[in-house]
Design a protein around this ligand. Sequence first.
Ligand SMILES: [Ca+2]
Ligand SMILES: [Ca+2]
Ligand SMILES: [Ca+2]
Ligand SMILES: [Ca+2]
Length: 472
Amino acid sequence: MTRPILAFVSGIAAVFASAAQAQGVPEDPYMTSVGSWQQQHPDSWWADQVGLGNGPQSAWRQLPADAAPVTVAVIDSGLDWNHLDIAYDNLWKNPGEIPDNGIDDDGNGYIDDVIGWNFLDDSNKPWDHDGHGTFVTGQIAATWNNGAGVAGINLHARIMVLRALNTFGNTRASYVARAIVYAADNGARIINLSVGGPGLTEVEREALRYATEKGVLIVVAAGNDGKPVEGFGLASAEQVITVGAAGIDGLRAPFSNYGPAVDLIAPGVDILSLRARRTDTLRDIPGADYTPGGAYVGADRRYYRASGTSFAAPIVTGIASLLLSRDPGLNAQQVRQILLASARDVGAPGIDQFSGYGMVDAAAAFSTSPDSLIDATITGVSVISGETGAAVAVAGTASSGQFEEAWLEIGDGENPTDWSNRVGLTQPVVAGELGRIPAAAFRGSQVWILRLVVRGRNGQQREARFRLALGS
Ligand SMILES: [Ca+2]
Ligand SMILES: [Ca+2]
Ligand SMILES: [Ca+2]
Ligand SMILES: [Ca+2]
């Protein structure tokens, strides 16, 4: 009789210990399964890529079970709130609004807005007729450990459901702008905008500025056109975090828009999430090579898989919300700096136009302080004549809140392995002259790569490269 009692006692102790400490990792079936649609990779392959997943380093294991709730606005096509993997507890509730009395109790201009608003129909029922918004919401906030389907990135997320999209990407700028303002006015800490389209209207620009000034972090999908992101309104706005998509190889997916506005990449290929009832999102994309029903997953067809930057952005949003759940005192700028500073460099060394600062990483973000963001940028060169002869003056930014050192150096050819003519910087430089390299150093090759390396006191470093072609 002794042994079962001992086992019972230690079981109680274990329950208390886990409740007082970490929340642990989700055990929902699709979080550990592989090949549910005959593919080689895990069904939720993205999690390990971004410092989540089941491993010992997972950021999920580092979060206390009593972490703070965070309001996340999802401006999208709405939500199937009857989905078995969406809990009412994971939705934002307007605290000042009495439901169904026909009165705008909190005086925010919207009658009976309890979980959000439907800007298309001007109603308080942001139901999802498309599936896109339910998918995105599931990525951030699907129910944990209910024995079904997937788990969202943050079990402490509270989703504000703002319907501003009709079908995939179709909306009016005014709906999006009103939804952004609503989110900012009603307490959202983060806005997820998996919304694309060319141009940025003045009303959208104003809404973004308004929300940013109110301290809201805005995360935007880069778009799926394989083009420079600069032509795409919301994604190229200055105040936002712009997210490109990565494939299973961890590199930028070919369809993901690129350019200097891209800040981060996150997994965005063959992502599994929720399917809203009676929807088939991919069917609505013009010109897509898609067999209706082909993306359904599960015997009950309540799950769905899809690719796109629309599904990369919510991963960054979810991780940003984890940072706020752990430390609600962080402001939007600090969360942004942590996410960029802790990103895992991928693709070309340093910050690059295809993947920005790199792959978002929740585990690294949890051990990064906001002032450790390192900026390494070369914006241009000019030839000047100084007292000691002609020199190449290099302009750009080399900075960090924890600046240790930085240097410029050059290497010949397109892919140098040897670097020379090192010029050190002892002070940070923001949008100014980084240093000068004697013109005589550029002999013997037509093509040179200028490299700027900035190192922080924590040992992290970033680099930027600049290609210099002579005589052309
Ligand atoms: Ca109201
Ligand atoms: Ca009311
Ligand atoms: Ca679940
Ligand atoms: Ca890179």
